[in-house]
Design a protein around this ligand. Sequence first.
Ligand SMILES: [Zn+2]
Length: 287
Amino acid sequence: MVPELPEVEALAGYLRQRAVGRRVDRLEIAAISALKTYDPAPTAVTGRAVTDARRHGKFLDVVFDGGLHLVVHLARAGWLHYREAFASTVPLRPGKGPIALRVRLDDGSGFDLTEAGTQKKLAAYLVTDPQAVPGVAKLGPDALAADLVTFAGALRSRRGQVKGALTDQAVLAGVGNAYSDEILHAAKLSPFALTNRLTDEQMATLHAAARRVLGDAVTRSLGQRAAELKGEKRSGLKVHARTGLPCPVCGDTVRQVSFADSDLQYCPTCQTGGKPLADRRLSRLVR
Ligand SMILES: [Zn+2]
């Protein structure tokens, strides 16, 4: 599962509890391509204390004293594993393993940023200002923090299908494929509904659904150990990744629409008046 706002929020919360106040012994880079910046150098964090951990959309921001930030986008298969101790003090060597970066702290603990699979998309930036990270600079308002006026204004600024608007980080920050399916299900809206045709009442329902779905997911994830967060996310989902299973609200069968590189799930009874949406890929095959 791709980490989205709730998982990154929980990782930041875990780091605030566990890492703040600890000093960095060493930042080690195993996947050279994962670190997108070269100035300041990785050695610049040595000896600095972790002062905070924050979230910008789906980006994690580890803050060090003196105003240095390690900003990380976990991409599709990235994760942060907190280690109470490392098996070896030997520095990581560049290689093809799952570990991209390691931060060793002065109490012997620390964390690994890992990425499964062969497609390496995890991106880390060592910067003095998080806004220097292009993906952070273009983020829209935060999906969890936005009030109704901000939320509605952001979504209506992008004409088109509401599923696309919810997942566009420049429109609204933090929501990806999984939680947009969940938010639309909770709001009883079709993923293909058009943003400029949503009534004020539908927009208010969508806003409330976003806050509830994301807030509940953050609550479930917080307090969990970072290593267990992924399983926790899966257990809370009602439609996403549940094609063919019964909708927990109405009992109808959850359906799927497939695209070239992703798919979405929805419940026809809850969201589309009982009518299945056309699966473009399938209808093209049939034709
Ligand atoms: Zn349903």
